[in-house]
Design a protein around this ligand. Structure first.
Ligand code: KIV
Ligand code: ZN
Length: 534
């Protein structure tokens, strides 16, 4: 049983599991490993590395994280498993090489889940839970059980379920508001009564109570903090609040609430808050999910003061309009690091310090682009470097590859894009298209060459740093016309149209890879040249 001090809140990060379930947020296993390493630097207590039974790739990614990040002084590594023998055994295969492994198993227990999904009675569900937790406990000492959709479940049954899970060996009881339905006061009362009324799981039992909230009504952080006030000492969260539908509770919001109001909560976490901004950027870049500018803690405007009254107050005393400093979350850690005379070694060392072990060919590419940027921009910050690395390392397999592009636009004529793209057989295709703007023209030219129907569902561009010479970051999400799956792409370039083209090509390449690209080829074997427009 846990020896966790009663004022310490454990941070359970599920960015790589629940977060990765966000539409379009699929990560490669190399990206997952880098995010896991960064989560360890951030100081999370538990990493939910994936859902090992979902696919052999998921299992392999969890195994790699368990071996490489789950060191004795690193975080607990867990994986999710349905309450089924196969899932639990595969989950154990995933996490068993970590120094501190955990199995996290769950079953839906609201009437909606019992009647429509598992189609079981309450008594049958209790037996499934007992069997699952008993099996998990026979493999692993550290077992977490989650009664899914607890927020809409019968409270008396919930107590029975939690008592059964603890009796069979669960050491953490995680209570999910799976559909983001509950209100903060209601959640406080539910958690308080569960903690005090569940046989064998009271405040002194050593069982860790946990909360897992979704943000469908924008209440995930409030509900999570209400759970903590009621006695929960583990919170399940994701970076930037990414996750199914409206997302999960955001790590940075909960951690900074506890850190900013110590006299109110009297609670601590093991998080190094100065790593928050960097972690947020890495997750956003790798998942292709931009952070909304007004997002608490990590949004671009979170520390910006626009109005005259605010600026005046800030100059007199920052506390007039600021409840925490940007330094606390690592926002100003971005220093001028390297100039145009800096060499490869200096770049490599700085990237390593930033958490990016870039080597070989990839380093050569980043170095060449760093030199070009330093020439154009003079001042290259850590944020610029992070964007360049994300652009270089976050590329899917380049099934179709951009060779060259030329764009014309302005008030005098129709925006036109001419693109040269290499297909999987090495054949080059040139196509020119006109559009309502240069980005539209470029995307039309790509569509004419690649010929894979898709719908553009999101396009976002933002400057990595302040200043007119800033690097532009573009994230694009497309959905396939056939199965409506979404795919993200990312590009960073001083020229935002080029960044847009790269992001769109990356999203298309991800979609093609998922569809088995061998089936999709441009028509004809020879090079093509074409022009299109409305
Ligand atoms: O939201 C949920 O109920 C979950 C569980 C599997 C913990 O993600
Ligand atoms: Zn969830």
């Amino acid at each position: 049983m846990s020896s966790q001090p009663s004022n310490r809140v454990l941070i359970f990060d599920t960015t790589l599991r629940d977060g990765e379930q966000s539409p379009g947020a699929t990560l490669t296993s190399a990206e997952k490993l880098e995010i896991a390493r960064q989560l360890a630097r951030l100081g999370v207590d538990i990493i939910e590395a994936g859902f090992p039974a979902a696919s052999p790739d998921d299992l392999a990614a969890v195994q790699r994280i368990a071996r490489e990040v789950g060191t004795p002084d690193g975080p607990v590594i867990t994986g999710l498993a349905r309450a089924r023998e196969h899932d639990i055994r595969v989950c154990w295969e995933g996490v068993k090489d970590a120094a501190k492994p955990r199995i996290h198993t769950f079953l839906g227990i609201s009437d909606y889940h019992l009647d429509f999904i598992t189609k079981t009675t309450k008594q049958e569900a209790l037996k499934i839970i007992r069997d699952a937790v008993t099996l998990a406990k026979s493999l692993c000492d550290d077992v977490e059980f989650s009664p899914m959709d607890a927020g809409r479940a019968d409270p008396a049954f919930l107590v029975e379920v939690c008592a059964a899970a603890v009796e069979c060996g669960a050491t953490t009881l995680n209570i999910p508001d799976t559909v983001g339905y509950v209100m903060p006061q209601e959640w406080y009362e539910l958690m308080h009564s569960l903690i005090h009324e569940t046989p064998g799981a009271g405040p002194d039992s050593g069982v860790v109570w946990s909360v897992h909230c979704h943000d469908d009504l924008g209440l995930a952080t409030a509900n999570t903090l209400a759970g903590v006030m009621a006695g929960a000492r583990q919170v399940e969260v994701t970076i930037n609040g990414i996750g199914e539908r409206a997302g999960n509770t955001s790590l940075e919001e909960v951690v900074m609430s506890l850190a900013t109001r110590p006299q109110y909560y009297h609670l601590t976490t093991g998080i190094n808050t100065r790593e928050i901004t960097k972690t947020s950027r890495m997750v956003s870049n790798y998942t292709g999910m931009p952070v909304q500018p007004n997002k608490a803690i990590v949004g671009a405007n979170a520390f910006a003061h626009e109005s005259g009254i605010h600026q005046d107050g800030m100059l007199k005393n920052a506390q007039t309009f600021e409840i925490m400093t940007p330094d606390t979350v690592g926002l100003n850690e971005s220093r001028l690091v390297l100039g145009k005379h800096s060499g490869r070694h200096a770049l490599k060392a700085r990237l390593l310090e930033l958490g990016y072990p870039v080597e070989g060919e990839q380093l050569n590419h980043v170095f060449a682009r760093f030199k070009a940027l330093a020439d154009a921009k003079k001042v290259v910050t850590d944020a610029d470097l992070e964007a360049l690395v994300a652009d270089e390392t976050n590329k899917p397999q380049e099934i179709f590859k951009l060779v060259d592009c030329q764009i014309t636009c302005g008030t005098m004529g129709m925006p036109t894009a001419t693109l040269k793209v290499r297909d999987p057989d090495g054949v080059e295709h040139i196509h020119a298209a006109v559009g309502t703007g240069p980005v539209d023209a470029a995307f039309r030219a790509i569509d004419s060459i690649v010929k894979v129907p898709n719908t553009l569902v999101e396009y976002a561009v933002h400057a990595v740093t302040a200043g007119i010479d800033a690097l532009g970051e573009v994230t694009v999400r497309i959905s396939s016309v056939d199965d409506k799956r979404t795919f993200g792409g990312y590009g960073a370039e001083p020229d935002i149209v080029v960044a847009s083209i790269k992001a769109y090509m990356a999203a298309i390449n991800r979609m093609l890879a998922a569809q088995g690209y061998g089936d999709v080829k441009p028509e004809g074997e020879a090079a093509t040249v074409g022009i299109s427009g409305d």
